[in-house]
Design a binder for this molecule. Structure first.
Ligand code: ATP
Ligand code: MG
Length: 392
């Protein structure tokens, strides 16, 4: 199979760092299928794997971030005869009257030009199969790519996710609520090369465990894009009650959000993450007015990334659907945010009042306590094997 890389190819001399990371990610995604051979050919990565896993591998390759296009390809001996035989085999019994051979060379020294190869293979196909050449609008197309030590032949082109390989931009901690937005936010920053850890604040012991299950299931679904995902679960109920007791009132949601950010930032520093990520979108709810977003951001010593800031809800929902996280997001669960919240949320939080509330709950002690209470789970690995079993 051939993986065509997108944006990485535009990189300058440090392109090789991106290729190396992509290769590590491919090996990780295919770890359980036995030995693979990888051949980097410029902006194309050839993956040679045992045939019996072809379909499962194809599906997984299409989830490797950094890959724009996947071709299920055959690897051929570097001769025109091998190319002709493969073309005949690949086009035989396919519905259609006309065909075209598209040839190109990455090895410019080879005996035949692309044009000569295409003509030669075209004739062989015509002789063998009852098909006519049509270069403009063929029913069938076969692609031949002449490379360093082989020819690749394929007829199909499947889209991958694109983006930059996970890990090339560093590491981030995503605040994952169990709702619709935050899993989409995570995917968007993964596509910009960030490896993601996740933190979920649950209303425990004042809510049930449902929101934790949702966060767990969402991370399990996102894991196919990076592998080895980690989710930290912080029981947040008592801290929320403390804020309520400190009479946060209409500032309850903002005070909680700032506390989450304090805790997430401390956790991120402990775990070597360089940024926080949330699913905030400007103006979506009252805690997301520009003023309130700024107030929340002030609680973070790390950059707080909001990849969905300018997205419409409908755009987010559409993406959640295509990622496969939407159905989990819409399952019922008590939202820890509304637990102690006043029905009248503040759209323009007063910083002095917030400081008074935060003074009463003694943040310098509370934050490390919450960080220490975070429980680590790894939603990725078990599902990966189950999924493999299903797909193979
Ligand atoms: P989402 O669908 O992600 O919950 P939302 O539209 O419901 O988004 P809010 O509930 O206001 O928005 O939350 C804004 C962001 O704050 C979330 O996207 C998430 O990053 C973070 N967040 C909110 N609640 C939690 C939580 N319980 N645990 C972790 N992060 C949270
Ligand atoms: Mg939410």
């Amino acid at each position: 199979m051939l993986l065509k890389l997108g944006e990485i190819v535009l990189r300058g001399r440090n392109r090789w760092r991106f290729y190396a990371q992509l290769q590590r990610n491919v090996k990780r995604a295919f770890r359980d299928v036995g030995p693979l051979e990888l051949r980097q050919r410029g902006g194309v990565l050839a993956v040679l794997a045992p045939d019996e896993h072809a379909d499962a591998l194809l599906a997984r390759a299409r989830d490797v971030i950094g890959v724009n296009v996947v071709h299920p390809a055959r690897v051929l001996e570097k001769t025109p005869e091998a190319a002709a035989a493969a073309a005949i085999q690949l086009l035989r019994d396919r519905p259609g009257r006309t065909f075209a051979v598209r040839a190109r060379r990455r090895d410019k020294q080879w005996a035949l030009t692309s044009h000569e190869l295409a003509a030669l293979v075209g004739r062989a196909v015509q002789d063998e199969l009852d098909l006519d050449v049509d270069l403009d609008e063929p029913d069938l197309e076969i692609h031949l790519e002449v490379d360093r030590s082989e020819i690749f032949a394929y007829t199909e082109k499947l889209p991958g996710p694109g983006g930059l390989p996970v890990g090339t931009s560093g590491r981030a901690l995503v605040l994952l609520s169990g709702g619709i937005d935050s899993p989409v936010a995570a995917f968007r920053v993964m596509k910009r090369g960030l490896r993601c850890d996740f933190v979920h604040f649950s209303g425990r012991p004042f809510t049930g465990p449902e929101s934790i299950y949702k966060a767990y299931a969402q991370v399990a679904r996102l894991d196919r894009f990076q592998g080895g995902s980690r989710l930290f679960v912080v029981p947040f109920g008592h801290a929320q009650r403390e804020l309520a007791t400190a009479r946060a009132g209409r500032l309850q949601v903002l005070a909680q959000r700032r506390l989450m950010v304090h805790v997430a930032a401390a956790l991120a520093e402990r775990e070597d993450a360089q940024a926080l990520v949330t699913g905030d979108a400007l103006g979506q709810v009252s805690s997301q007015t520009l003023h309130n977003l700024a107030v929340v951001e002030e609680a973070s010593p790390l950059p707080l990334l909001r990849p969905l800031l300018a997205w419409d809800k409908s755009e987010i929902v559409r993406e959640a659907e295509s990622l496969g996280t939407l159905d989990v997001s819409t399952l019922p669960a008590d939202d820890c945010c509304t637990l102690f919240a006043s029905p009248l949320a503040e759209t323009r939080a007063d910083r002095r009042k917030l400081q008074r509330v935060e003074g009463l709950v003694e943040l310098p002690a509370l934050v490390p306590r919450l960080v220490a209470s975070a429980e680590l789970v790894r939603p990725g690995s078990p599902r990966r094997t189950a999924e493999t079993a299903e797909r193979v």
